[in-house]
Design a protein around this ligand. Structure first.
Ligand code: C5P
Length: 320
């Protein structure tokens, strides 16, 4: 048996500015992505045997066989069929192989499912890198980025990692300079939120209030804080246009954000489309105490610490 394992990070959006809806149903964005040290792992192997008790689904076409299993954080909420984004990624890559290919994908989840931290997109990016290696395709990064953009708006960033400004629907990326390391607490919520539903609620709220939607622009203060490694200013400049919609759909999150601010977070915001909330801490020790305080206050399912930026999808155990 040969196998390759890829580690891939979650993301938090430091700035998520949402423009008016486009004709294709998407929104133009300025999306400052930041990869954090909360990782899923995807192993692609050529061993297609299924063990008893495995949570495994298979998808077979004439030329391609993909099996998928999921373990870890809320694994039972991840589909093990053709709707799994990692399976879609493997199929999209298989089109470039020009010969019959097969793989078994094992996804080990630590990134919250439907939590606004791009866990599904991360798994898709990891599957691209893992299958490219397993099948010996050696596609150029740029080609993997193009396949990634076809799979979802957040998938290219999961390949790239670190910190980057996304425009278009978030898939056109320019790396952003960052000095040092930022420390985070993520408050995980019960259940998830559908990204499409949160964008739709954002449009609905804007229409109801007659809000004039400006063309999204990168926040200069935030970009300067990143390049200077200035956590205090970064905390003050974090912003997310999807936050009012996420709070409308999941009201207890307002209390979660408030509790983080009360316990000294430098900044607090809903991560992406939520419901995970992100808190910027002063240091790793502050992050640990803040996470504990959030759990004791009972305002989240659990709280985890992480730091950023970290690299994108990376092979950690290559082919033997
Ligand atoms: O691209 P992805 O499949 O991750 O997007 C999920 C949903 O989020 C889209 O169907 C769309 O409703 C919404 N979305 C959006 N504008 C973006 C990105 C996502 O409206 N730039």
């Amino acid at each position: 048996m040969t196998s390759v394992t890829v580690r891939v990070p979650a993301k938090v959006n430091l700035q998520l500015s949402v423009g008016p809806p486009r004709d294709d149903g998407y929104h133009d964005l300025v999306n400052v992505f930041h990869a954090v040290s909360l990782f899923d792992e995807v192993t692609a192997s050529d061993d297609l045997s299924v063990l008893p008790g495995d949570l495994v689904g298979g998808v077979v076409s004439e030329q391609v066989t993909i099996m998928v299993g999921v373990e870890g954080e809320s694994a039972d909420q991840v589909p093990v069929d053709a709707s799994n984004l990692a399976v879609k990624a493997a199929f999209a890559l298989a089109e470039r192989a020009g010969r019959p290919v097969s793989a078994r994908l094992l996804i080990r989840k630590a990134i919250p499912v439907a939590g606004g931290m791009a866990g599904g997109s991360a798994d898709a990016a990891a599957a691209l890198v893992a299958c490219d290696e397993l099948w010996g395709l050696g596609l150029p990064r740029q080609e993997l980025m193009e396949i990634a953009a076809g799979l979802g708006s957040d998938v290219p960033f999961a390949l790239l990692g670190d910190t980057a400004v996304g425009t278009g629907r978030g898939e056109m990326l320019v790396p952003a300079p960052v000095t040092g390391r930022f420390h985070w607490v993520f408050a995980l919520a019960e259940g998830g939120l559908s990204t499409a539903r949160v964008y739709a609620e954002c449009d609905r709220l804007r229409e109801a209030t007659g809000e004039q939607v400006a063309w999204p622009q990168a926040d200069e203060g935030l970009m300067e804080a990143l390049s200077a490694g200035d956590a205090e200013t970064l905390g003050k400049t974090l912003s997310n246009d999807l936050q009012p919609a996420a709070l409308m759909l999941c009201r207890p999150l307002a209390r979660t954000l408030e509790a983080g601010r009360e316990h000294g977070a430098l900044g607090a915001l809903v991560s992406g489309s939520g419901p995970t909330c992100a808190f910027l801490a002063e240091s790793d020790t502050h992050a640990a105490s803040l996470a504990m305080a959030m759990e004791v206050a009972g305002v989240c399912r659990s709280a985890v610490t992480a730091f950023g930026p970290v690299p994108g999808a990376t092979i950690v155990r290559p082919l033997p």
